[in-house]
Write a protein that binds this ligand. Structure first.
Ligand code: FES
Length: 186
């Protein structure tokens, strides 16, 4: 003998069914994004070493600007995917490669060899030649890219934007960082 379906039971089943439909409607685009080739491409780009040029293009003891193409770029990014950075060659294969953005609010900093300082035009932030904070509102030094030298050419891990989150994450990792000399700016 079958039990009669109560009004409450039917409303409950209806509610569960509607929730399932809503969950599916939300899940489809999320799963599609996670599995999309574009996302895989961006993840691959984040791990790519990008060449900045021959080591000889960066004289020892000097800081020069270099530009690279964002490895996670898309065709419609245009010139916005060309990213500058500051390259300081200490000696031989020892480099420091700094993000151009100020650690305060991200304005592009400029190198002034006369004063041996990076200066930020927005709020007067100043950094020493090694990227450490000298004065002003920035809470820390300039962010640094990991680098390596292979066949006399300089590469950086450009897909990983050098942010505070990355620095903290890399500190948690046990694996040694290739090409990072000294501790990241803190
Ligand atoms: S953005 Fe550089 S000091 Fe504020």
């Amino acid at each position: 003998m079958t039990t009669p379906i109560t009004r409450r039971g039917m409303l409950l089943k209806l509610g569960v069914a509607l929730n399932a439909v809503a969950g599916l409607a939300l899940a489809v685009p999320i799963v599609g994004y996670l599995l999309s080739p574009a996302r895989r491409q961006r993840m691959r780009g984040a791990l790519t070493w990008v060449e900045l040029g021959e080591v000889g293009a960066f004289p020892e003891g000097q800081t020069r600007m270099a530009t690279f193409r964002n490895p996670s770029t898309r065709p419609w990014d245009g010139q916005t995917a060309d990213i500058p950075c500051w390259v300081r060659r200490l000696s031989g294969d020892a480099f420091q490669v700094f993000a151009v953005n100020c650690a305060h609010l991200g304005c592009p900093v400029r190198w002034f060899p006369q004063s041996n300082l990076f200066l930020c035009p927005c709020h007067g932030g100043a950094y020493y030649a090694d990227g450490s904070r000298a004065a002003g509102p920035p809470p820390r030094g300039l962010f640094r890219y990991d680098f390596k030298v292979e066949n006399a050419r300089l590469f950086i891990k450009a897909g990983m934007m050098p942010t505070l989150g990355n620095v903290l994450a890399s500190r948690r990792e046990e694996t040694p960082r290739r090409g990072s000399e000294g501790t990241p700016c803190a």
